[in-house]
Design a protein around this ligand. Structure first.
Ligand code: PXP
Length: 244
């Protein structure tokens, strides 16, 4: 069964809109786990626009599913992650002006930095995933730097305007999954996934984990986060059956 990673950054976005104490990401994480989240993900950004250091500390103390810390390779953030000891880190590119993570990590051009960072985490028993586009050279470089996982960027799949484009992107993602698995990498996927587009992706790709944030938090505004997560889990389950 595909594992569901729920990204709760945007619970913190609502709180930071008023710099107050609510809604609390730690409460959201506990309810998401009750709804069936297998993994809780937060992105501690360098500009602290949503998740704060305190959230990461609290989540580490209160969440007993896999905690996945999304992060850049900035030394300050790497040090926090080393102290927090999440089960997994996902290295992502980070630009100050972007609304959300745009494009995958360029592992090819930053091999040395990424390799050193991967080694630090692996030596501490922390799994490392690299968020990349489904490009052959980025997949090979991810293997070269000894990451255990890659997360394939599904943003282009989510943004495709017609079925022909979407099908082409699916073929590219499928080729990426195959190439990575042949190299012994475990494959996750995420970004831009919604209740509307997740089904086809689940039916098309053989992945370990799906990482979903904005759509689940958006639905949670109306139905609560426990129910929003459980509805996404059910969808993934239903479509996994078609893929087996
Ligand atoms: N995976 C990664 C690596 C991400 O950076 C994000 C966005 O924070 C997600 C998954 C979730 O994307 P979305 O919020 O569009 O579901």
């Amino acid at each position: 069964m595909i594992q569901l990673g729920v990204n709760i950054d945007h619970i913190a976005t609502i709180r930071q809109a008023r710099r107050t104490f609510e809604p609390d990401p730690a409460t959201a994480a506990s309810l998401a786990v009750l709804g069936g989240a297998d993994i809780i993900t937060v992105h501690l950004r360098e500009d602290r626009r949503h998740i704060q250091d305190r959230d990461v500390r609290l989540l580490r103390e209160t969440i007993f599913t896999k905690l996945n810390l999304e992060m850049s390779t900035a030394p300050e953030i790497v040090d926090i992650a080393m102290k927090t000891k999440p089960e997994q880190v996902t290295l992502v590119p980070e630009k100050r002006q972007e609304i959300t993570t745009e494009g995958g990590l360029d592992v090819v051009s930053q091999k040395k930095t990424i390799m050193d960072t991967v080694k630090r985490f692996k030596d501490a028993g922390i799994l490392v995933s690299l968020f990349i586009d489904p490009e052959e050279n980025q997949i090979a470089a991810s293997k070269d730097v000894s990451a255990q996982y890659i997360e394939l960027h599904t943003g282009n799949y989510a943004n495709a305007k017609d079925m022909a484009t979407r099908n082409k992107i699916i073929e590219k993602l499928q080729a990426g999954v195959k190439a990575a698995q042949e190299l012994g990498l475990q494959v996750n996927a995420g970004h831009g996934l919604t209740y509307q587009n997740v089904g086809l992706l689940v039916e098309s790709l053989d992945v370990e984990e799906l990482h979903i944030g904005h759509s689940i938090v958006s639905r949670a505004v109306f139905v609560g986060i426990q129910q929003a997560v459980s509805e996404m889990k059910e969808l993934i389950f239903k479509h996994s059956l078609k893929n087996s």
